[in-house]
Design a protein around this ligand. Sequence first.
Ligand code: MN
Ligand code: MN
Length: 274
Amino acid sequence: MPVDLHVHTTASDGALAPSEVVRLAREAGLSTIAITDHDSTDGLDEALRASAGSTTCVLAGVELSVDGGTGSDAHVLGLEIDHREPALVATLAGLRAGREERACTMVAALAAAGYPVDMASVREIAGPGSIGRVHIARALVAAGCVPTVQEAFRTLIGRDARFYARKQTLRAVDAVDAIHAAGGVAVLAHPGVSGESAFPALLAAGIDGIEAFHAEHTAADRERFAALAAANGLIVTGGSDFHAPDLRSAPIGGGGCPDEAVEAIRIRARRYRG
Ligand code: MN
Ligand code: MN
């Protein structure tokens, strides 16, 4: 049965609650999913509860942002982590504080330029999830400033737009260490989309795998990154990066992850367990 090792929920910028994601995965016939919210493990308890007695198994995960060195960020997945490990919990709390600060910076700049948005509405839209640009984008749509979230990114808060501010990131070695200390394996996410420049630093830091299969990767990307993984003795993983059940987002299970990745991750994680 297919697996999907990169899935978001309302604990970060996904549209569905963790239990709804697990239900959708079960309906899609997936045997295993990894919940990998940005800088947050808050969705995991609900997802793990929902998977109990279900045919879909949930791997505890997280997606961390690390400095890619060239002005861009790389994303690192932590898979099969102990999400209650105190050092990881503290690291994530620090990253979420940084997200809050960054959102305040962007919202203040937007407000100063005359856009009728404020942090109260952004926080309300984010709910319990870690705050991200998508929540600012939704506030801009709700205020009638732009017709769609995509338009908000394109014209106002995307990487090359006027109100973009960078997110606080971890050093590659700190992200990998935090994941290993929590007993999990560290995987470079979607290098064909972003983050390839961080690979040497991540390799030196002891990264365990590469997400060669990703919904936005081309066949050439998959081949190249699977070869890079093989050349370095790393696990190949894959995922959809599912965020919402709409046409712009890949469907859950849509990443083409090789089934054997799950067993490889479980075996590799034993290295980091006390
Ligand atoms: Mn990512
Ligand atoms: Mn993601």
